[in-house]
Write a protein that binds this ligand. Structure first.
Ligand code: AMP
Ligand code: MG
Length: 268
């Protein structure tokens, strides 16, 4: 199993069929072992990233309601040392946030060197919900693709590696997950009647996600469409990309402190 990034300029297929991994999927037991191994590797690499403290990894998660962002954070990033990871969620902007440019709150949440940052929603809401609900005129949200690309370029040039995931679920799977929130008392709190209105705009969102990825997936800050109807393959696919990204950053533990032998003697 393996995910390929969305090539720059290419509109990804977001039909229901691609909400499941189309290649061969190993048996569940094997997927669980893979997740364990990948989680362990992710944690080791993050420790080195912290020791070195020269670079940060930013992971962006976007999805429709019920798309699995929260469970991905728990199941994939739960493998990291909690001190090594910073999760930032972005809700509808507050009055203060609205008085600033839309990237103000985002920049503030970018992980510092040494950490893995996960965005639960992101700057991309400003070309998604904002577009679908016409919260600003088209020329305003349209200009944001290039603004976001420049912003990300700036981050990359300043030591931040970026990977972006769209957790892609089918219409049926979303219905089941939203229904679940009405059937399980422990999940009532997750139900938001507003999600039904968003579901009615399914095709508008599809177009918004497609154009977003076509315009902002680049080799240095790629988008991945993650088949997310099934959680285990989803977790493995995301973990693989994250581990590969961390490996590419080549985090190295710093060398010995000057005077190592002296210190050793003092502690003999
Ligand atoms: P949730 O992630 O389910 O807690 O919901 C957060 C809500 O905030 C979603 O409905 C998002 O679409 C909304 N949201 C996030 N960012 C923005 C934004 N920039 N403008 C408007 N709504 C937003
Ligand atoms: Mg919600």
């Amino acid at each position: 199993m393996q995910l390929d990034p969305v090539p720059a300029g290419v509109v990804p297929d977001l039909t229901d069929a691609t909400a499941r991994y189309l290649g061969d999927t190993p048996p569940k037991a094997e997927l669980r072992e893979d997740i364990q191994a990948l989680g362990k590797r992710m944690d080791e690499l993050q420790t080195a990233l912290f020791a070195e403290s020269k670079h940060a990894l930013l992971v962006v998660l976007q999805a429709r309601d019920g798309g699995g962002k929260d469970s991905t954070i728990r199941r994939v990033f739960g493998a990291l040392n909690p001190q090594g990871c910073v999760i930032s969620g972005f809700k509808a902007p507050t009055p203060l946030e609205l008085r600033h440019d839309y990237l103000w709150r985002i920049h503030h949440a970018v992980p510092p060197k040494g950490l893995v940052g996960v965005f639960n929603r992101s700057q991309y809401e400003d070309v998604l919900v904002v577009r679908v609900h016409s919260l600003v005129p088209e020329e305003v949200w349209r200009a944001r693709y290039e603004q976001i690309n420049s912003f990300e370029r700036h981050l990359i040039e300043n030591g931040v590696t970026i990977r972006k995931f769209f957790l892609h679920i089918s219409r049926d799977e979303q219905r089941d997950r939203l229904r679940d929130r009405l059937d399980d008392p422990a999940k009532y709190w997750k139900f938001n009647p507003g999600d039904l209105g968003e579901r009615d705009r399914w095709d508008d969102y599809t177009r918004a996600y497609q154009e977003m990825m076509a315009r902002t997936s680049r080799p240095e800050a790629p988008w991945y469409v993650v088949p997310a109807d099934k959680k285990l393959p989803r977790d493995v696919l995301i973990s693989q990309v994250v581990v590969e990204a961390l490996e590419g950053m080549k985090p190295a533990f710093p060398g010995p402190p000057p005077g190592l032998e002296d210190f050793r003697t003092q502690l003999a």
